[in-house]
Structure formats: C-alpha cells, structure tokens
Ligand binder design. Structure first.
Ligand SMILES: O=C[C@H](O)COP(=O)(O)O
Length: 214
C-alpha cells in the first residue's frame, strides 16, 4: 500500500514528521511519502523521505506570478504532486494542464476526486493514480473505507473501466492500520491522509499504527 501523508497547512513541524516517516519506512513494506507545503519541500526532501508537492499549476516558465511551477517543486526534491485536492480545486482543463505540467517535470501524479464519477473523468486524463475523497469526511476521523465503502469500490471500478493502469487511493478520515486494511480490501492501492498524522500528539506512533497491517 502507498501511504501518502498530506501535511496541508497544519501547524506541525514538517521535518519532524518527515523524520518520523523515514524511521517507520525502514520497518515496513508499505510505500510512505510526505506532501509538505511548497516552501518546505526542500528541507523535507533533505531527510531522505519520499516527498510530494500538494499542488502544481498548469503553467510553464514565464509570467505567472504567485503560481507553482512543476519544475521548481521537482528541483526542490519532490517526486510527485497532488492535483485538484478538494481544498484546492481546479477546473477540468486546469487539472489536465497540471497533469501535463507534472509529466513534463517528471513528477508522479495523484488526481483527487470527490466521487466515482469524477474518478472516471480524472482517470481519463492519464495520471498515475486517482484519490477518491468524499469532502464531507475529510478531517472527521471517520474513515471513508468504513463510512462509505461503496465510494471506494465505485472509484476502483470507475478508474478500471477507463484505464486499468491508473491506481486508486482513498482518503478522508483514515488514521489507523485497520482503516488502511479496510481500504486495501475494497481494492484501493493506497491511502491519502492528513490529520491522523499531522495533528497527532505522536506522529511516529500514528504512522506505526498505520503500517501495522502491511
Ligand atoms: O489530503 C488528505 C485528505 O484530505 C484527508 O484528510 P484527513 O486525513 O485529515 O481526513
């Protein structure tokens, strides 16, 4: 399973979380990665942990003040990027453009979607993976893999019907190894999570529990 920890803009120490991820990474067959804020990518990547961006814009080098260029996050050490997170939504044309920009920069892509229908549309854009996240469950601690298993199964079916090379992650409320195991049973190849680690009193303990079933 791929466990991608999005730090959003939570007030955690991104390097401390990354070091905890690196420690737990040595104990498990699961693939672990951290997505810090853009300004923290370089120092998180310096820990040796797999580092992702939270967002890139559908742009090339040029007059794009305030935007995030895929090549810049790649140069800073990111190997992948989220696209169209529920908290950073993009128009369909911009999702496509962001995936193309990420490809151009050699970044792996996970396109986020709210439901199976959107997963099908996202998969048609040819990302490496899609992540299905019902917005109403994000940050609640109620795991999508238990609260709404049909959404995960529907996402797996929708992506598979479009392009079976696109893997499916699920997210929203995932915080325990049991939640990760439930996601795997539903056909997900990974999970996208945030508050379960970024807001934990002991991120290392939270991560150890998350990989317990791997
Ligand atoms: O990017 C992560 C997702 O929005 C899930 O967030 P959460 O684990 O806090 O529910």
């Amino acid at each position: 399973m791929f466990i991608l920890v999005n730090l959003k803009t939570y007030p955690c120490d991104p390097v401390a979380v990354a070091e905890a991820v690196a420690d737990v990474d040595e104990t498990t067959d699961a693939r672990l990665a951290v997505a810090p804020q853009a300004a923290d990518i370089a120092r998180v990547a310096d820990t040796g942990v797999e580092t992702w961006a939270q967002h890139v814009d559908p742009i090339d080098h040029g007059s794009n003040t305030g935007h995030t260029l895929a090549e810049t996050v790649a140069d800073a050490g990111a190997v992948g990027t989220l696209v169209n997170h529920s908290e950073c939504r993009q128009k369909l044309a911009d999702v496509d453009g962001a995936v193309r920009a990420a490809e151009r920069a050699g970044l792996e892509t996970v396109v986020c979607a709210n439901n199976p229908s959107q997963v099908g549309a996202a998969a048609a854009l040819g990302p490496d993976a899609v992540a299905v996240e019902p917005p109403e469950l994000i940050g609640t601690g109620t795991p999508v893999s238990k609260a709404d298993p049909e959404v995960v199964e529907g996402a797996v079916a929708a992506a598979g019907s479009v392009d079976d090379a696109v893997s499916v992650l699920c997210g929203a409320g995932i915080s325990t190894g049991e939640d990760v195991a439930a996601a795997a049973e539903l056909g997900a190849e990974g999970v996208l999570l945030a508050s379960g680690v970024a807001k934990a009193d002991d991120p290392a303990a939270a991560l150890s529990d998350l990989v317990a079933s791997q």
